[in-house]
Design a protein around this ligand. Structure first.
Ligand SMILES: [Ca+2]
Length: 455
């Protein structure tokens, strides 16, 4: 009977949209919040001004109320909420079964950097996005991640999204992008990266370009002219740091220059294109940047590599990245040091992540002119892009424990026809991502979309 009355009280409280909390005593409010907690076992966020559940915004708990896990603690939570944002949240810890209540702060949907900074400052593990209904991990104990992105810019647009994610991670102080290697020959592809660097506010990130890689690989979407787009009055649409007469360093050379200047075992590589520059790096000898050979330099400076490529599941679709540059790929597999971890993001993991052209344009409606949006407005006939490449980048920055279930350790060999073969061995340097459980693909796509709407 008592529980029944409590539920009635709570439902009454919640149903009175616009009902000012001054009319509801704090004692009644505590009762209502308690019952809401009992009703929503997964968790809830409640705006005490309106007694409604917010439909948008990013929500982070205050540190001051984080150990409030019983009914006695609720008056203090509500008092804190009144003095701050007037929002309370609750969630059940699945390990202990305890239900926690928090006073909560709200940020705008496009203010993820500030929301994460607040979460880190307050020792909170997650930021809740009400519009997308996802929890974003704050990784507040994360160390500095130094990343080199190696991409085949100029064909599929998922390389652009992967690069966009890295700028957003930098905005959130979650990584340092040391450089971008473009392993698809043709300077227009490097110019596209230059546009992205400038657009996202990082005009000085060095760019290297493959000069002896795969000859004329297939182009899926010919967006290489994006860097030279003009407005109707003939003005360049996008800023660039490297002029038409400027030079890009050879990709493997830029690898050597960057690696030589980094602390030992500190660099993470995210490889989302061909491995031609990596193969040439591994084959390289001492030069003006380092007395070490390429293999020694990688062994000394690289912590790990996350590699979009390979097929390990039942997919019939052949791997593209390794096969298209098979001679380089075989060298890469042969020379990559056996003591440096490699995590593969196989094609089948990204296959279900469809980002539609219409959704891309909508998510970038916060700005009139945007390099990725420009491609979708003016060039693309495809209806969607599969988000393969961001998966390697997310893994590289967020670590191995959060987004993915990885295979056991083992060794991966590449056959001359481009097949990737995994042999389990606890001493092996290789693991590969498994597709997540049901709902996982939706979650990751929402996460990529959340990054796309930040500005
Ligand atoms: Ca790619």
């Amino acid at each position: 009977m008592r529980r029944f009355l409590l539920i009635i009280t709570a439902l009454l409280a919640v149903s009175l949209t616009g009902y000012s909390q001054q009319k509801l005593s704090d004692k009644d409010l505590a009762t209502a919040v308690w019952v809401i907690g009992q009703t929503f076992s997964e968790g809830f966020t409640l705006d005490l001004n309106t007694m409604t559940y917010p439909k948008e915004g990013l929500f982070v708990s205050y540190r001051e109320t984080q150990n409030s896990f019983d009914r006695k603690s609720l008056p203090a939570v509500i008092k804190h909420a009144h003095a701050h944002d007037n929002i309370v949240g609750g969630w059940r810890d699945p390990e202990t079964g305890l239900y926690y209540f928090d006073s909560t702060r709200k940020f705008a949907e496009d203010d993820l950097a500030d929301a994460l900074a607040f979460a880190r400052e307050h020792g909170q593990h997650t930021v809740y996005d009400a519009a997308l209904d996802i929890n974003v991990k704050s990784n507040y104990e994360q160390e500095d991640i130094r990343v080199i992105l190696d991409c085949d810019m100029g064909s599929s647009t998922d390389d652009l999204f992967a690069l966009m994610m890295l700028y957003r991670y930098m905005d959130m102080k979650r990584c340092t992008l040391l450089g971008v290697i473009v392993d698809r020959m043709d300077r227009a592809n490097a110019d596209a990266v230059d546009v992205m660097n400038n657009y996202y506010g990082y005009p000085d990130i060095p760019i290297g370009l493959e000069k002896a890689g795969v000859e004329a690989p297939h182009v899926y979407i010919p967006y290489h002219n994006m860097a030279y787009a003009r407005s109707t009055d003939g003005e360049p649409l996008f800023k660039r740091s490297i002029g038409d007469d400027g030079e890009y360093m050879d990709g493997y050379k830029l690898y050597r220059k960057i690696l030589a200047a980094q602390p030992d075992k500190s660099v993470t590589i995210a490889s989302i294109g061909f491995v031609t520059c990596l193969a040439r790096l591994l084959e390289s000898g001492p030069d003006e940047y380092s007395p070490l050979s390429g293999v020694e330099l990688v062994q000394r400076k690289v912590k790990n590599i996350y590699c979009m490529g390979g097929v390990f599941g039942d997919s019939f679709e052949h791997d593209y990245n390794f096969t298209a540059a098979i001679d380089f790929s075989l060298k890469f597999f042969d020379l990559w040091p056996k003591d440096i971890d490699i995590v593969f993001s196989p094609g089948e993991v990204g296959d279900p992540l469809y980002y539609s052209a219409a959704q891309i344009i909508k998510d970038m409606s916060w700005t009139k002119v945007h390099p990725i949006k420009w491609i979708y407005e003016f060039l693309v006939e495809d209806k969607f892009q599969k988000m393969w490449d961001p998966l390697a980048v997310i893994n590289a920055v967020e670590g191995d424990d959060i987004f993915y279930e990885l295979s056991p350790r083992g060794w991966v060999t590449l056959t001359p026809t481009g097949e990737t073969i995994f042999k389990e061995d606890p001493k092996g340097n290789a693991r590969y991502q498994h597709p997540g459980p049901e709902g996982w693909s939706d979650y990751v796509l929402k996460y990529i979309r959340l990054m796309a709407i930040q500005h």
